[in-house]
Design a protein around this ligand. Structure first.
Ligand code: UTP
Ligand code: MN
Length: 506
């Protein structure tokens, strides 16, 4: 536990060094007050404008952050974000006011520093002895417990965006590298404040470290900013937001000069059935699905399953099983305790739902997995061969924008005006049917997260000479399949500590 040396002056958090000696500057009227305006979220031009204004009114507004600063002025930043930035400046917080821009504008209006009221304060000032404690973690995500509580969202959002951009550009290797780096930061017990804490952590490559360093120093990464704002990235996001459109199709359209949905509609491209449905329900499908909506669909599908095959069981998988409060779709796994009884279930289930007008689109693929024929070879990218129905459901919603929650209070409902008016919304649903002998593997494979699954398979192959899929576990050394009837058993066979779904959010 080595206390950090204090730095006298930091260049970070600033921009092109402006000058204090502008002709407009009046002599300092308030010598005990030294202001610093944080550029993050305020933006460079607004910061320059407000700084000029302050100096004209006789305030000392410093261009660079230093030990002399007494008041930090922020706009649209949370206390946590500013605290993180401040820690990256290695500045103790004692005697430093962290204030909202409202204090500044009111002081400008009155021509003197107004009294600091609670509503001006960004956070309570804590004297915080900064210490650098290095983190340590095992290298595979499936050896770690990753809850939904993430202390490093600023960093993980940035790395995830770069991962997404790489995946959309068909650079899967780079995508995985960024995903692994983000997963490491998600598993940390507290916020990273200094690069030196990361020494010795796995999966942090040169590129990811550069991005992290940028954010710790400047509050943002220019690479992430420019990626996010690039026309190509924006268009890829819009097009892959259409159900049935992958990155290759999106890329082809962009190369043809099509950049938005209207241009796509006008282009006269023939879309397949999935894409037509995807385009038709575009807004709904890109609206997150809530837990309450997932529960409602579970009720419906559960009822349908019970009536077409008594005794069959259904489980909610995917992100909702991991405790996520929203998702991009709803995933279900269905089985029957008697092997073989599940055969023929999917068509009956789909026609039950369809005949009641609950399905807007569906495509069912038949089960094509045969252990004797397929062998243990690891299917690429975990593509499994269960009987599967990719569907768009029509979910009835309450017309009120505000519905009463169970505790009786009014709560905001995730609902657009259009949905409220027509009283239904489209939701992406995945139905998967598994024979009971493969159920534990299917459940593990469909619970995710995607990176957690990838890491489980990598662990199995590299560390245990085993092949894991959503159908089976095969021991390559012994040349035999290992049966399992619960997720706990699979972890045990892999020589891993059991990680419950809520801690698989890698
Ligand atoms: P999802 O893509 O639905 O992700 O896949 P998610 O974690 O539920 O997140 P959101 O909230 O919907 O965005 C769920 C799991 O199903 C597996 C994935 O690996 C993931 O772990 N899966 C998905 C497959 O095994 N095969 C597929 O074809 C699709
Ligand atoms: Mn899902």
């Amino acid at each position: 536990m080595v206390p950090l040396k204090r730095r006298k002056v930091s260049l970070s958090g600033t921009l092109n060094a402006g000058t204090h000696s502008s002709g407009l500057t009046e002599p300092t009227k308030f010598p005990h007050i030294v202001l610093f305006l944080l550029e993050r979220k305020m933006g460079a031009s607004r910061r320059a404008f407000l700084s000029q204004l302050g100096r004209r009114k006789g305030f000392q507004v410093q261009e660079l952050f230093s030990e002399n600063v007494t008041h930090v002025i922020c706009e649209n930043n949370s206390g946590e974000e500013v605290r993180m930035w401040l820690e990256s400046q290695r500045r103790r917080q004692a005697k430093l006011h962290l204030l909202d821009v409202s204090w500044y504008t009111e002081s400008m209006r009155d021509g003197f520093p107004v009294e600091i009221l609670d509503r001006h304060k960004l956070q309570d000032l804590v004297v915080n002895d900064l210490e650098v404690i290095p983190f340590s973690l095992p290298s595979y995500a499936c050896q770690r417990r990753t809850t939904l509580e993430n202390h490093n969202t600023l960093l993980t959002d940035a790395l995830s965006l770069l991962a997404e951009n790489a995946e959309l550009s068909n650079e899967d290797g780079r995508g995985v590298a960024f995903r692994r780096a983000a997963a490491v930061l998600k598993a940390l017990p507290s916020a990273v404040t200094d690069l030196s804490q990361l020494t010795g952590l796995p999966c942090l490559g040169e590129h990811s470290l550069r991005v992290i360093k940028d954010i710790l120093k400047n509050g943002a990464s220019s690479e992430v900013q420019s990626t996010k704002e690039s026309e190509r990235f924006k268009a890829l996001k819009v097009f892959t937001g259409i159900f049935g459109v992958g990155s290759k199709t999106a890329d082809r359209w962009i190369r043809e000069g099509i950049h938005n949905l209207q241009q796509l509609r006008d282009s006269g491209h023939t879309l397949n059935r999935a894409q037509q449905a995807g385009l038709e329900h575009y807004d709904d499908i890109n609206q997150p699905v809530s837990m309450a909506e997932a529960d409602a669909i579970r009720e419906t599908v559960g009822g349908a399953v019970a009536s077409v095959l008594p005794g069959a069981q259904i489980v909610l998988t995917g992100g909702f099983r991991r405790g996520k409060l929203t998702g991009h779709d709803v995933d279900f796994l269905i089985t029957h305790p008697e092997e073989g009884c599940e055969v023929g279930l999917m068509p009956k289930l789909v026609s039950w739902l369809d005949s009641r007008g609950l399905i807007l689109y569906q495509k069912t693929t038949r089960n094509s997995y045969l252990e004797s024929k397929d062998g243990p070879g690891r299917p690429p990218a975990n593509i499994d061969r269960f009987e599967r129905c990719l569907a768009i459901f029509k979910l009835e919603v309450q017309s009120e924008k505000h519905v009463k929650s169970q505790s009786g209070e009014l709560c905001q409902h995730l609902q657009t005006e259009a949905v409220a008016e027509r009283r239904w919304r489209a939701v992406r649903v995945d139905l998967v049917v598994s024979p009971v002998s493969q159920f534990a593997f299917a459940l593990l494979g469909w619970t995710g997260s995607k990176l957690f699954e990838r890491e489980l398979r990598r662990w199995a192959g590299h560390e245990r000479s085993m092949s894991l899929s959503s159908h089976a576990l095969y021991d390559n050394k012994q040349g035999r399949y290992i049966r399992a009837f619960s997720e706990e058993e699979i972890f045990a066979h892999l020589g891993l500590e059991y990680i419950p779904p809520s801690e698989r959010n890698a």
